[in-house]
Design a protein around this ligand. Structure first.
Ligand code: ADE
Length: 252
């Protein structure tokens, strides 16, 4: 497979969607090798304790060092044993760096990703310090909101990464024009799309799309992308290289 994924969680069932749809098919085809582990398998007390109260006080609980350390050691050893190389630790956390398409591309080029989604107030800092001495650690946030745990972020990141793997989408062209894909429409959101029937509840298709005139269609798509980006993400326009705009863009 082109990518091995390990995930350590106290809710393995939360990652069941990795068996479904695009990611599930990529697994079935052998393009993706997914291993979900129950963190509690590395607890040795009667209550399978994974958390404790925070030093310094404050609300909530902190995930303990020992289960994470023992679990990561074993997962790393098993992966190496199976021939996996150059692991990267991906730690979902609202205090991480933003997950972007660029980071998805970067992760899709790696051979082995190990996810450590946490519940509660996060993981004792010493765990990431320890593993950062052995492998790259990417702390990643999927957006400016707080989830109850990192599992949903693992699903999001995995889906964004898996669809970039060679042969997974079927049609390599289908991510060429994605919003956020590099290229002529870089940094613009995708505009509207249409399919048959040509009339639905009295609503037609923009004439230009039926014109067969590729130049005009491309221009129209760019205008729509610009309008949509101005409306929903003015910050993306502000960030653009002015040289990326032509005279017609400025009229739009
Ligand atoms: N865990 C909790 N909130 C998160 C977020 N926004 N991104 C990644 N992991 C998280």
């Amino acid at each position: 497979p082109s990518l091995r994924l390990d995930a350590l969680t106290i809710f393995p069932e939360y990652l069941d969607p990795l068996h479904v749809s695009l990611v599930g098919k990529a697994r079935a085809r052998g393009q993706l090798d997914v291993h979900v582990h129950d963190l509690r398998d590395w607890t040795y007390d009667r209550h399978n304790t994974v958390d404790d109260t925070p030093y310094g006080g404050g609300p909530g609980m902190v995930m303990k060092t020992e289960p994470w350390g023992d679990a990561l050691d074993e997962v790393l050893a098993d992966g190496y044993e199976a021939g996996a190389r150059e692991p990267v630790l991906v730690v979902p956390t609202p205090s991480g760096r933003p997950f972007t398409q660029q980071l998805a591309v970067e992760l899709s080029a790696r051979p082995w990703l190990i996810f450590t989604p946490a519940r509660y107030e996060g993981i004792d800092r010493r765990v990431m310090e320890e593993y950062a001495t052995r492998l790259p650690v990417y702390e990643v946030s999927i957006g400016d909101y707080v989830l109850a745990g990192g599992e949903a972020a693992v699903l999001v990141i995995t889906e964004a990464v898996a669809r970039l793997l060679p042969g997974v989408l079927g049609n390599a062209e289908s991510h060429r024009d994605d919003s956020f894909a590099p290229g002529a429409m870089a940094d613009l959101l995708e505009g509207p799309v249409y399919t048959k029937p040509p009339s639905w509840r009295g609503r037609g298709i923009p004439d230009v799309l039926l014109s067969g005139h590729h130049g005009r269609i491309a221009r129209w798509r760019r205008d729509e992308a610009l309008a949509r980006t101005v409306a929903h993400r003015p910050d993306l326009i502000a960030r653009c290289d002015p040289a990326a705009f032509d005279k017609k863009d400025r009229e739009t």
